[in-house]
Design a protein around this ligand. Sequence first.
Ligand code: SF4
Length: 98
Amino acid sequence: MSKENPTTIEDKLGLLSYNWDKNSHISVDQDKFKADKMNPKPITFVCPAKVYEEDPESGECIVNHENCVECGTCHVASPEYVNWFYPIGGKGVKYKYS
Ligand code: SF4
């Protein structure tokens, strides 16, 4: 698929550039994450950038913060165990067309 006419989420995410911060702007309370009885857990499917993954062995939440597109959905979906803030100034995603 041409990058000028992306149709999949992965294609669209590929258009973004980032100023990565090695320090995560996201933290997850692992005990509360594990205690969530929903299967799959909401943040593992509402995040458009697939930032959150449940480790099948430990049951802990893996956070790929470098992929965050700063939409804020996880903060609304699971505020009981997700602490999400915007990255510090100048860090994070850069939108090509905004
Ligand atoms: S703000 Fe949006 S893109 Fe970033 S981790 Fe939360 S749901 Fe995913």
